[in-house]
Design a binder for this molecule. Structure first.
Ligand code: ACO
Length: 333
């Protein structure tokens, strides 16, 4: 096949809603501080028996239903998450829960808040170059499990969610993912990281043989907010310009701008920088916070189901986050 098209989307959220006012009961913060600096008012957090895997499966099933594609017809599953519930990959359990009897290849893509976009771009490449027909791309994260809930500088920013898009092979060349642009700068890793740390455990035989008798866990979420802010408002317009140039398209050809939902001030600044009309900017982080790899498919799913984004419209999309990683793509819904 020559091209690909986006044929279904879906999303899923945990039940528990935590408002800015709820946070003021346990930490020295305020609705005024959080909403004026970030635009965020509410977030959803996994609780009780809820799992990220369940959210991912729910979002995927909704995307399959919209596309009228059976789980058995999925021939590749990409799970974009930096917080999977299985160290060796979350995708196999999602494949099993969806009941894909043909056992399609299923694996994880881990690139923080850029993860979903890298998955979507990968899906288009697997279709164009690998003969795949129905690629299910899921973005899901539970950053709430890794932030320090005593640290008001970071925990207020995040929420948990899942979103999914089904990408399908088609004969027209332009459809789906028109063009894309990708970047990583490991020098910036220190600005946004959850690193490994060694803990004492009872793996005593290790020390006898000369290696550390420890099993690792992760350190708390580290973020230099102002550095990340500066990086985002510079890198996102640049990568967007690069994707437009590759596609030979202009900003005025775009129906919507949908960038990773980290902070309303970043979204606004990018729109101003690009001189993109405000009423064509998609944003829903007020209700969900930064949901990392879920943010783009979650916002797209809401915009599609509410009738805002219509079939055939063109969306300029960009992701950015830990790594540092950033990417953009021009896609057609
Ligand atoms: N409530 C009340 N006060 C707070 C809070 C809070 N939740 N958080 C910080 N403050 C205080 C600080 O303690 C500080 O007070 P001080 O000056 O007395 O020490 C003051 O507010 C300013 O703190 P800064 O961290 O400098 O605040 P800043 O204006 O930079 O805003 C923010 C912080 C909102 C995080 C901003 O830097 C930002 O949005 N950066 C981008 C972050 C981002 O998008 N990260 C996610 C990337 S996605 C990913 O890949 C995971």
């Amino acid at each position: 096949s020559k091209g690909c098209k986006l044929v279904g989307c879906g999303s899923a959220l945990p039940n528990l809603q935590v408002s800015n006012d709820d946070l003021t009961k346990v930490m020295d913060t305020s609705d005024e501080w959080i909403s004026s600096r970030t635009g965020i008012r509410n977030r959803r957090i996994l609780s009780g028996n809820e799992t990220l895997t369940d959210l991912a499966v729910e979002a995927a099933n909704k995307a399959l239903q919209m596309a009228k594609v059976e789980p058995d017809d999925v021939d590749l599953l990409l799970f974009c998450s930096s917080t999977p519930e299985h160290l060796f990959g979350g995708a196999p359990m999602i494949q099993k829960a969806l009941g894909c009897k043909e056992n399609p290849p299923a694996f994880d893509i881990r690139a923080a808040c850029s993860g979903f976009l890298l998955g979507l771009i990968s899906a288009s490449c697997y279709i164009r170059g690998g003969g795949f027909k129905n690629v299910l791309v899921i973005g899901a994260d539970s950053i709430s499990r890794y932030v320090d809930w005593m640290d008001k500088r970071t925990c207020v920013l995040f929420g948990d969610a899942a979103g999914a898009i089904l990408v399908q092979a088609c004969d027209s060349e332009e459809d789906g993912v028109f063009s894309f642009d990708l970047h990583t700068d490991g020098n910036g890793n220190r600005h946004l990281d959850v690193g490994i740390k060694q803990n004492e455990t009872n793996l005593a035989n290790g020390s006898v043989m000369g290696f550390p008798n420890t099993r690792p866990s992760f350190s708390d979420f580290q973020m230099n907010g102002s550095e990340v802010f500066r990086f985002a408002v510079k890198a996102v317009p640049q990568t967007i310009e690069a994707s437009l140039a590759k596609a030979g398209l202009k900003l005025s050809d775009m129906d919507w701008l949908l960038i990773h939902q980290a902070n309303q001030r970043i979204i606004d600044r990018v729109a101003v920088e690009l001189e993109f009309p405000k009423d064509k900017v998609i944003s829903n982080l007020e209700n969900y916070g930064n949901t990392s790899a879920a943010s783009i498919p979650l916002a797209l799913d809401e915009a599609v189901r509410s009738g805002r984004v219509k079939k055939g419209q063109t969306i300029l999309t960009a992701g950015f986050g830990a790594g540092l990683t950033w990417a953009s793509a021009i896609v057609r819904w």
